[in-house]
Design a protein. Structure first.
Length: 329
């Protein structure tokens, strides 16, 4: 018996292509398998349209125990990040090596029925609009990115980010100003960070996961008004750490906020994260413990859960997670 896959037909002029991914350098990824953008088309001087193929299975983004299975909110968030970066390089004139640092973002998913995983990879379209004031050299260093998400022409969500665009030297100056000393790298450690041997890791099912590799919390403490835990991701998780970092990336903190939110609801098997509102005040350093604290929502699987991140006694980030019950799908 033989099987075959129908080849991707060439797109009509003006249509987005879903046949192959873009060059990984356009989305700042080391592994081709972590690239989801397949096409980028300019619409105006400050707007682009991007095609994204959402994978049916992925070691990180598909590792959820809730049913029915939906495309992961963080997969859509990562797709938006890739679309924004690819657009700046392909059509906005930003040079390779430019770092996009997110100061804050908001994301809402509302077309949940259209996000159910079917038998074919998902075709996501992202419309991105950039805004920002150019400096005297004609370069935008600070701006906003606004995005709308569509699945088969059904609008399923929106996303906006306040971002800084820094060249390597500017990024190095910013890191030195915060630390005062050179920052260690994830490559300086093994699978765990300093002071973490993996022994206190939360059980995967407690945070809506199946694979221990994807658990990023340890040592949860339950109090009547809040739940607290240490943020302890595995550095050998190549979805979260696709390349070498000198800090915990924002996506890792968002994952920690989601897992802590599911832990606070007490219903991780029936709770979905469908929205985030985040602010990042400082880099999360690798060589000191990051603590996360979530207020108990008191509303079961649906509601909002504010999560604050503290390092060395200082709040470094705040992420509010919006949750929904599976009965709402």
């Amino acid at each position: 018996m033989t099987t075959e896959v129908v080849p991707e037909l060439p797109p009509e002029p003006g249509d987005l292509a879903y046949g192959r991914t873009v060059d990984r350098s356009l989305v700042h990824r080391a592994a081709v398998s972590e690239v989801f953008v397949t096409d980028i088309r300019p619409l105006t001087a400050m707007r682009v349209r991007t095609a994204v193929q959402l994978p049916l299975t992925h070691g990180y983004y598909s590792d959820h125990v809730q049913q029915p299975a939906l495309y992961d909110a963080l997969l859509l968030l990562e797709s938006g990040r890739q679309a924004a970066i690819a657009g700046t390089h392909a059509h906005m004139g930003l040079s390779q090596g430019t770092t996009m640092i997110v100061d804050s973002f908001r994301m809402d998913l509302y077309g949940l029925a259209a996000l159910k995983i079917g038998s074919k990879p998902g075709r996501l379209r992202i419309d991105t609009e950039y805004s920002g004031k150019a400096n005297r050299r004609g370069r935008v260093r600070k701006g906003m990115v606004v995005q709308r998400y569509f699945m088969d022409d059904v609008e399923v969500g929106d996303h906006e980010m306040d971002v800084l665009f820094l060249n390597p030297h500017e990024n190095e100056v910013l890191r030195h100003a915060q630390r005062g000393t050179p920052a260690p790298l994830t490559s300086d450690y093994g699978r765990h960070g300093p002071g973490d041997d993996g022994s206190g890791q939360q059980q995967p099912g407690q945070v809506g996961r199946g694979n221990p590799l994807n658990v990023v919390l340890s040592g949860a403490e339950h109090a009547p008004e809040a739940v607290r835990a240490r943020v302890t991701p595995r550095f050998d998780n190549r979805a979260l750490f696709d390349h070498v970092y000198d800090h915990l990336p924002a996506m890792t903190l968002v994952e920690a906020a989601r897992q802590l939110a599911l832990l606070t609801t007490g219903e991780p098997l029936a709770t979905y994260a469908v929205g985030f509102e985040a602010r990042f005040d400082r880099f999360a350093e690798l060589d000191d413990t990051v603590l996360a604290e979530a207020a108990r929502p008191g509303g079961g699987a649906s509601g909002t859960v504010p999560v604050r991140f503290v390092q060395a006694g200082v709040q470094i980030a705040h992420v509010t997670v919006t949750t929904a019950s599976g009965s709402q799908l």
